[in-house]
Ligand binder design. Structure first.
Ligand code: GAP
Length: 497
């Protein structure tokens, strides 16, 4: 049976992954804290993303920009004017709700991106009323999702907490190209906090008001959108595809190789196809099953104001298929806007063309850390009836603790001191913990529940031959390993997946 999002959030709280923020004061909707295990998992997700997108590649560099910028950035980007969601306000009790979610819940109808007039006409024709007091709504209005703040003591110095990390990349574009030797096509990546004053945060971490993004803007020469030198690497990669046309015709998602999607022009450009496959592979390499991921194209009316074409990687969350990662073709919209508003030249000298060009962001893989976190935990969660406990089968690269070390029993000083010796010898190289309390079965169960891939036990045989047992979380099988070879054995074990 599918886990519910409430069960998942209870599990995350109980095990120290995620806490409601400031809970002692009643919490704050849309804000969460990462506990001791959560911060490890979150840091590992970010480290794996950075490695795959920046360190392992020659064509991507990173930055870490400020959260608050000159507010003109957000005027130029269009966020001040159009980063809004439609809100419904009750004419009597004044309670406010996000229009598309309200309609979706009531009528099971997808209204993403619908203009206000259409929302009003749906509300009227279906006689939708306030969920709190049953009275009629006022006409739907736009609500800007940016948090405002005052910078310094001067009045009128309003700025915004960034609602996406992307704009900082565009604002820094010239500085990055001036200070590195990166050549088109190239990407600029960033991981950092983003803030959105969501009207109705919901589904645990899925829609929060403070979250983190892992984003990359990938720039190419304007006429090179369909010319990706890496496309051969992914042509035979297969994934579940749901184009806008398939959705219109009410067709189900179909398994397709990238080659077929490009040949049939389902995906329009090689770059879009390459990065969709790259990101899908990244998730799959860290444990998300292909059956639980699909790529879905946005309808025209659903696309953001800057996007030419957008595909999402969707995950089959406990509450259904929803966006895990967005991937828009932003064209030269942002660089052009910033040139217009700042008066600065953000064009780039293309050595091949011997001309200055305004590069196109042919694709922007934009991933929320919280949604990745949710997907990884959901995927890993196994209620093992035979063992009688949860087994959190996180990929070893993501597991908060890589191993635990136990003495078989805790009342034999010779075992405890030998086990401590083993523990201290590997602790500098692996994030591991010590556990000597309760029965060995209880300790294995505790480790399973928090995703510890390997448990190392020092038993009476250890005292005779300097070997320990290494128990696998996933199979419960135990192997005897010489203490002198433990570091290598553990490294091999963790890299096996
Ligand atoms: N720069 C493009 C951009 O920000 P987006 O689709 O609005 O596009 C990108 O957001 C990703 O950020 C989403 O796919 C999701 O993973 C994450 N995200 C967006 N809003 C979020 C929220 N309120 N809570 C958690 N994650 C969110």
């Amino acid at each position: 049976m599918k886990l519910t999002i409430d069960e998942l959030s209870v599990f995350c709280k109980k095990k120290g992954f995620i806490y409601p923020s400031s809970e002692i004061y009643g919490g704050m909707s849309g804000f969460f804290d990462y506990g001791p295990l959560g911060v490890e998992l979150k840091n590992s997700i970010k480290a794996e993303w950075w490695k795959a997108h920046v360190h392992d590649r020659d064509d991507v560099v990173g930055i870490d920009g400020s959260i608050i910028t000159n507010p003109k950035v957000w005027v130029a980007s269009g966020h001040v004017g159009s980063f809004t969601d439609a809100i419904l306000e009750c004419g009597k009790c004044g309670s406010k709700t996000r229009a598309d979610h309200f309609i979706e819940d009531k009528l099971k109808m997808d209204t993403a991106g619908l203009p206000l007039e259409q929302i009003n006409s749906i509300v009227k024709s279906h006689k939708l009323k306030c969920g709190k007091c049953g009275s009629a709504f006022k006409d739907a209005a736009g609500f800007n999702l940016m948090f405002q703040t005052n910078v310094g003591p001067a009045e009128g110095s309003t700025s915004y907490l960034r609602p996406e990390t992307a704009q900082v990349i565009f604002a820094d574009f010239r500085q990055v190209t001036d200070t590195t030797r990166i050549k088109l096509p190239f990407g600029i990546a960033q991981i950092g906090k983003a803030f959105r004053n969501e009207i109705s945060p919901r589904d645990f971490l899925f829609r929060c008001r403070e979250f983190e993004q892992m984003e990359m803007e990938y720039f190419v020469s304007p006429d090179q959108a369909n010319s990706c030198p890496y496309v051969n690497e992914v042509l035979d990669y297969e994934l579940l595809v749901l184009s806008a046309e398939m959705q219109q015709k009410k067709h189900a998602a179909k398994k397709m190789k990238i080659r077929e999607a490009l040949d049939k022009k389902v995906i329009k450009t090689q770059w879009h196809a390459y990065w969709l496959a790259f990101e899908h592979k990244w998730f799959s390499s860290l444990g998300i099953s292909h059956d639980n991921m699909r790529i879905r194209q946005h309808f025209d009316e659903e696309k953001s104001h800057y996007a030419l074409d957008t595909w999402d990687i969707e995950y089959n969350f406990p509450f259904g298929w929803k966006e895990l990662q967005g991937m828009a073709n932003r064209t030269d919209y942002d660089l052009s806007q910033h040139m217009k508003h700042s008066g600065k030249d953000l064009s780039y000298y293309d050595e091949e063309k011997k001309a200055r060009v305004t590069p196109h962001v042919v694709v922007e893989p934009s991933q929320g850390v919280e949604r990745a976190f949710l997907a990884f935990v959901n995927e890993a969660y196994n209620d093992d009836k035979e063992r009688g406990n949860i087994v959190l089968k996180l990929h070893p690269k993501l597991a908060p603790y890589k191993a635990a070390v136990f003495p078989l029993v805790s009342n034999k000083p010779e075992l405890t001191s030998k086990a401590k010796e083993v523990y201290l010898s590997i602790k500098p190289e692996f994030n591991i913990y010590w556990d000597a309390s309760g029965s060995i079965g209880r300790r294995y169960a505790r480790a399973d529940e928090t995703g510890v891939p390997a448990c190392i036990t020092v038993d009476f045989k250890t005292l005779e031959d300097d070997t320990v047992t290494v128990r696998s979380r996933d199979t419960t099988k135990q192997e005897r390993v010489k203490i002198s070879e433990l570091k290598k054995a553990l490294t091999d074990f963790l890299n096996k997946k």
